[in-house]
Design a protein around this ligand. Structure first.
Ligand code: TPP
Ligand code: MG
Length: 315
């Protein structure tokens, strides 16, 4: 059951992201977006391991995290359409989706911005003893921001219930990890703060799920934070219209051989969880969900000008 549900979610994320890329090419959505094609197993592995009361913060590449946490595809997609039915009433776009009522404290465009957010939430959980774990999603590029080090030191000292989950997808914009990391193993940095640090296969749902569940329960028992490095690959470009001149098509073809969605389909067949026909049925149902979401968004009213002043903290 776990694998089946995970496959449904991974496919939903894959089709959502592919549709966003298509909608941009067709000029039907605005702004920009950073899709997470190739990173679906991380999103679903982490979200499946969390409890309903837990929190999650994300980055500019957050659609997958949000959908895995239970976001309705049409309400998430409506942000890209600038429509009022969106989670942020169409005012946020791709990088400002949030739903605190779902424990989802949002995407944001500041590289590393999710790190202090998640830690503040964990500090609140620790003070108020709310049994909540905070999952902080960020990228390899963000791990080079000063705030990473300052915050991990603080969280380790105070034994806060926060998991630092880095998606090492090989690139920070056009900078490869070879060029950006003095030590290619980000998990090694955990030693500096005396917390557990592990590197896992981020393309394997079960590996992510088992690891996150283990450290989430430890954090819930008061054992403090952990740094989990999920090795994956950004199969999509950095953002809309990225010509990907900083890497070869051959490298991408190699990475597609480790496609987490295909890996999951292989596991489902081998373990006889689903037949090929049942996989096709899930694919058709997921296509229908995405097609319906697009129609819902296109027919929805635009973001209201009167709403723009609401939720502003400064003028
Ligand atoms: C503080 C800050 N510096 C720089 C940028 C520009 N920027 C946007 S995305 C990005 C790379 C982020 O890389 P990574 O953390 O690996 O995440 P990925 O894009 O791979 O998901 C950068 C440098 C920014 N948005 N914010
Ligand atoms: Mg990256």
């Amino acid at each position: 059951m776990l694998l089946k549900a995970a496959y449904n979610q991974m496919l939903l994320i894959r089709y959502f992201e592919e549709s966003i890329e298509r909608l941009f090419l067709e000029g039907r959505v605005m702004g920009t977006a950073h899709t997470c094609i190739g990173q679906e197993a991380v999103s679903v592995g982490v979200a499946t391991a969390l409890q309903p009361q837990d929190a999650m913060t994300t980055t500019h590449r957050g659609h997958g995290h949000f959908l895995a946490r239970g976001a309705e595809p049409a309400k998430a997609m409506a942000e890209l359409f600038g429509k009022s039915i969106g989670y942020s009433k169409g005012r946020g776009g791709s990088q400002m989706m949030m739903a605190p009522e779902m424990g989802f404290y949002g995407s944001n465009g500041i590289t590393g911005g999710s790190i202090p957010f998640a830690t503040g939430i964990a500090l609140d959980a620790s003070i108020r003893k709310t049994d909540r774990v905070s999952a902080c999603m960020f990228g390899d590029g963000a791990s080079n921001q000063g705030v990473f080090h300052e915050t991990l030191n603080m969280a380790a000292l105070w034994k806060l219930p926060v998991l630092y989950i880095v998606e090492n997808n090989g690139y920070a914009m056009s900078t490869s990890t070879d060029q950006g990391l003095a030590n290619p193993c980000i998990a090694d940095r955990a030693k500096a703060y005396n917390i557990p640090g592990v590197t896992i296969n981020g393309n394997d749902f079960e590996e992510v799920y088992n690891c996150v569940q283990q450290y989430a329960e430890a954090a819930r028992q008061g054992e403090g934070p952990a740094l989990i490095e999920c090795m994956t690959y950004r199969l999509s470009g950095h953002s809309r219209g990225d010509p990907r001149v900083y890497r070869t098509r051959e490298e991408e073809q190699e990475a597609w051989k480790r496609d987490p969605v295909k890996t999951m389909e292989k596991q489902l067949l081998e373990r006889k969880v689903l037949t090929a026909a049942q996989i096709e049925e899930v694919q058709q149902k997921t296509t229908a969900i995405i097609d319906k979401a697009i129609i819902t968004c296109e027919n929805a009213p635009p973001a209201s000008a009167a709403e723009f002043q609401n939720s502003l903290f400064a003028e």
